[in-house]
Design a binder for this molecule. Sequence first.
Ligand code: FES
Length: 138
Amino acid sequence: MKTITRKEFIEQVGVGAAVLFVAACAGSCQKTSSSPSGPTNVNFTVDVSTGALATNGGYLIQSGVIVARTTSGSFVAVSATCTHSGGTLGYNSSSNIFQCPLHGATFNTSGVVTGGPAPTNLQAYKTTLSGNSLHVYS
Ligand code: FES
């Protein structure tokens, strides 16, 4: 039996632990998955001439969907429920992102995770503006 020094032992165990961590992480540590989550069969209309959506940077939540009017005046809609632990998202107009107040997850206006612990993207919804009527739908 070969005797190894303390330094050699630590080096070998350290390399082994790193290999195990990488192997374990390869299958489960990805930040996002390919299937976003959120309400299905979304179909509602919002009057954007009054209320939060009358102003650029405003947002509201309806039927589990957060609808925001960006600072450039376009409308975006994604699931309002954070994919981490179910926090209700807000819209940060200065950064043009959706944010979770619970643990800080962030999503872009397409619902893609851009930071924090959220494991999956948000479901994004279509929007069509006709006059002052904004149609939000799956
Ligand atoms: S519930 Fe949203 S980051 Fe944890």
